[in-house]
Write a protein that binds this ligand. Structure first.
Ligand SMILES: Cc1cc2nc3c(=O)[nH]c(=O)nc-3n(C[C@H](O)[C@H](O)[C@H](O)COP(=O)(O)O)c2cc1C
Length: 220
């Protein structure tokens, strides 16, 4: 698979089969992904790879919290700016509308929408997940490094015939992840990444992108 195909076939898959992902495949992907660039070569990411009983435990504990109506842990970072201005607010809303429409969830059905959100904490059924932490001392450039790293992982997963879904949602139940992962003090959970084989029934339409003229300016 060439890079172009990896980029264009990567998408946030939100339904996986239970087919396990072999450890050697995950190791191959992560051994290559470490070539992702980072400012000053800090390589600020700290990644935990969970499969089997470890991931099942995180899912189970999180499901218990959800069932108890637990709204989650104190946020360690804002997922979005408090006042999301235009055009970002519209882009976010239209992506959400498309997603819920594909699931057959009507606009006013808050309960069904909450159920779709809750699927995050089952990793959408994925049998493997990465949890990407950063040292608390790191700033915006290092968080950007972590994003480049995760995109590199996601593209390499495509080359293995696998799909993924990056999930800030895991930061909501970060303490439960930490109970199982036991990261050293001083790390912040940035993002989870569900990994697996896409469920053939996952047929959500592609999330559209803004035209190039909205996001890119050429100067000659
Ligand atoms: C850092 C990051 C965090 C994300 N967090 C979530 C999440 O918690 N749950 C989710 O369903 N999708 C999440 N996404 C997926 C985005 O919604 C998705 O990438 C975007 O809508 C574009 O769709 P596409 O990836 O299918 O092209 C996240 C993506 C990124 C890059």
């Amino acid at each position: 698979m060439d890079v172009h195909e990896a980029v264009t076939t990567r998408r946030a898959v939100r339904a996986f089969t239970a087919e396990p992902v072999p450890r050697q495949v995950l190791e191959r992907v992560l051994a290559t992904a470490c070539h992702a660039p980072s400012g000053g070569n800090l390589q600020p990411w700290q990644v935990y790879v969970l499969t089997g009983a470890a991931l099942a435990e995180v899912k189970k504990r999180t499901a218990e919290r959800l069932a108890a109506g637990d709204p989650g842990d104190e946020r360690e970072y804002p997922m979005y700016p408090a006042a999301l201005g235009s055009p970002y607010r519209e882009r976010r809303a239209s992506a959400a509308e498309l997603r819920y429409a594909a699931l057959g969830i009507p606009r006013g059905d808050a309960r069904a929408r909450a159920g779709a959100v809750a699927a995050n904490w089952d990793c959408f059924g994925a049998p493997a997940a990465l949890f990407c932490y950063l040292d608390r001392a790191m700033g915006a450039p290092q968080w950007a490094d972590a994003g480049m790293y995760l995109q590199t992982v996601m593209l390499l997963l495509r080359a293995e015939g696998l799909h993924s879904c990056p999930q800030m949602a895991w930061s909501v139940y970060r303490e439960t992840v930490a109970e199982v992962v036991a990261p050293p003090g001083g790390l912040v959970l940035f993002c989870g990444l569900s990994v697996g084989h896409a469920d053939p029934g996952f047929r959500a339409p592609r999330t559209p992108r803004a035209p190039l003229t909205e996001t890119v300016t050429f100067l000659e």
